[in-house]
Ligand binder design. Structure first.
Ligand SMILES: NC(=O)c1ccc[n+]([C@@H]2O[C@H](COP(=O)([O-])OP(=O)(O)OC[C@H]3O[C@@H](n4cnc5c(N)ncnc54)[C@H](O)[C@@H]3O)[C@@H](O)[C@H]2O)c1
Length: 284
């Protein structure tokens, strides 16, 4: 981390984003923070400032390219650029796939996917132009590696973030750029994510309230998490140090990923049984 001096964090007002900001501050990094919630953002800025590092903060909606570009310009003006970008802001809805409204899709795609897309589009060309070591962390979810009932829209956006991050890493490697990429895939942990509706735009408010059973599953899952947002942030910084791509903080995620991969390969092998010559290969 010692070569990474400036960190930019989106969704820095709460939960994982706040803890990422504080973890970077403890490393002595200067911070640029953004969020859609003014009060929460100011609280994080004050907490980080109390750790003795320079902090700038700017309100914005990560789903709006002009807001993310303005944030990148503020980082340039204050620090001459960013070494470590955390595309972290995210929101969630719950419910059976067939009840998801067009507004649900639009809102989650706007924040969870376009937020990451705009972050990469606005910051990575600047990192490439500087040519110094840098790192991008996109926050996806365990729901981006496996799937679960009631998570259709959320899981679709998080699978998009995982896939986009994998392609970003391929592209940067092909370009020979000194920019690492990680994708953060936590399972449920206690943050404000279950109250995402607090930031839902008025124009995209058509939704179906989640069934009590889903809300209970989230409540129980959050309470059962053996780790909190601070531990997730610490593990993320470890992953940057070790140049690890997948950051998977919860041990239980491994079994979900294995189940999904087995299901895919079981169906594949049922359609392409081994032949006398050695059978089909699973290479793409
Ligand atoms: N908490 C979990 O269980 C969990 C699990 C897996 C992944 N995640 C992911 O972690 C990330 C952080 O979420 P969290 O759990 O800390 O939740 P959180 O609600 O505590 O924090 C999310 C932050 O994003 C901000 N935000 C929301 N919409 C925004 C927008 N349009 N523009 C800018 N900022 C916006 C919120 O104001 C908030 O400060 C999200 O991407 C989420 O999907 C969370």
């Amino acid at each position: 981390m010692s070569r990474l001096r400036v960190a930019a964090v989106t969704g820095a007002g709460s939960g994982i984003g706040r803890e990422l900001a504080l973890a970077c501050a403890r490393e002595g990094m200067a911070l640029a923070l953004t969020d859609i919630e003014a009060t929460a953002l100011a609280e994080t800025a004050a907490l980080a400032g109390a750790l003795g590092v320079p902090v700038i903060s700017q309100m914005g909606d990560v789903g709006r390219e002009q807001d993310v570009e303005a944030f990148a310009q503020a980082c340039d003006a204050e620090y001459g650029g960013v070494d470590c970008l955390f595309n972290n802001a995210g929101v969630a809805v719950l419910g059976p796939a067939w009840l998801a409204t067009a507004d649900d899709w639009q809102w989650l795609w706007h924040v969870n996917v376009m937020g990451v897309a705009h972050g990469v589009r606005c910051f990575v060309p600047r990192m490439l132009a500087r040519g110094t070591p840098a790192h991008v962390v996109n926050t996806a979810s365990a729901a981006g590696l496996a799937t679960l009932a009631g998570s259709g829209v959320y899981s679709a956006t998080k699978h998009a973030v995982v896939a986009f991050s994998e392609c970003l890493a391929h592209d940067l490697q092909q370009a020979g750029a000194p920019i690492g990429v990680s994708v953060l895939c936590p399972s449920l942990l206690p943050t404000g994510i279950h109250q995402s509706g607090r930031n839902r735009p008025a124009g995209l408010d058509r939704t179906v309230p989640p069934a009590a059973a889903y809300e209970e599953r989230v409540r129980v899952g959050m309470a059962a998490s053996p780790i909190g947002a601070a531990e997730v942030a610490a593990l993320t910084l470890d992953a940057i140090r070790q140049q690890r791509f997948y950051v998977i903080p919860h041990a239980q995620t491994g079994a979900s990923v294995e189940r999904r991969m087995h299901r895919i390969l079981d169906d594949f092998h049922a359609q392409h049984p081994p032949t006398a010559e050695g059978g089909p290969t699973t290479q793409p």
